[in-house]
Design a protein. Sequence first.
Length: 310
Amino acid sequence: MNSFEARPLSVAAAKAAVKNDPAAFVAAEEARYREAVETVAAAIHDGKDGRRFVLLSGPSSSGKTTTAGLLRAALAAKGTVTHVLSLDDFYLGEGKAPLLPDGRPDYESIDALNLPLLQMCLTELVQKGETALPQFDFSARRPKAERVPLCLEADAAVIIEGIHAFNPCLGAYLPSEMTTRLFIDTLSRFSNENGVWLSRRDLRLVRRIVRDDRFRASPFSHTMGMWPQVTRGETLYLFPYAKTADLVIDTAFAFEPCLFRSFLLPLLAAVPPNDPYAETAKRLTGLLTVFPPLAAELLPQDSMLHEFIG
């Protein structure tokens, strides 16, 4: 479970599975992901006594939020009370992030977080088992005035979720014997007879475009305008620490291009020819149209992919 090895996913296999038995295809992939989460939960539950901290990191649209929630439920089923701490709640707010060379705010930088407050909260959780956590108001783009108390049970677990979870700025305040590092990503990529067809980064981009349109009122061009900054942040602040993971989950589903094509193709078709990202829209259209459609109704209600399609 600490392997970064990708599964060989093929365009041809996805086509055949959707044609022959799409329900079984979805069920098998969902079971694979759930089994991975259960395996991680067992390792965390059995591997340490007393309080424990799970650092959950992964790139944008890898499924961190849902995976954290499912892991919390799996640990609870084993008798471990678990809390989730999102690093996003430690954002300093609009106008307080460091700036990129072009003058735009760098919200991917760890210095966009209130590090003194984060370090104080971690220290209090380790030493006293209690603290008061901030809340970030994303609609107002600033922290809320009130903080939320968190008091840990003697053998509780805390899942600390975010792109910077593996950063040494956090690890310095958490004893290694109390800490497990979990990395998640769409590790698998789709290939055809000519090689890689849909990369793992493109798969995450597909997820993000759909999610931003459906839940964040962010049209295709706005998401694409932010994407280079997002991937730059991953390269600088996430991937250098990925190999320190104790456990790894591949969050790619072999059926998801078939699922997402019905959501994304209409968005791409509406991109005007003079849009600065028209060529990207054309490229993504070509990548997705080779996959047959798969009905969203086949997804179980608690599928991780509902994080992106609702």
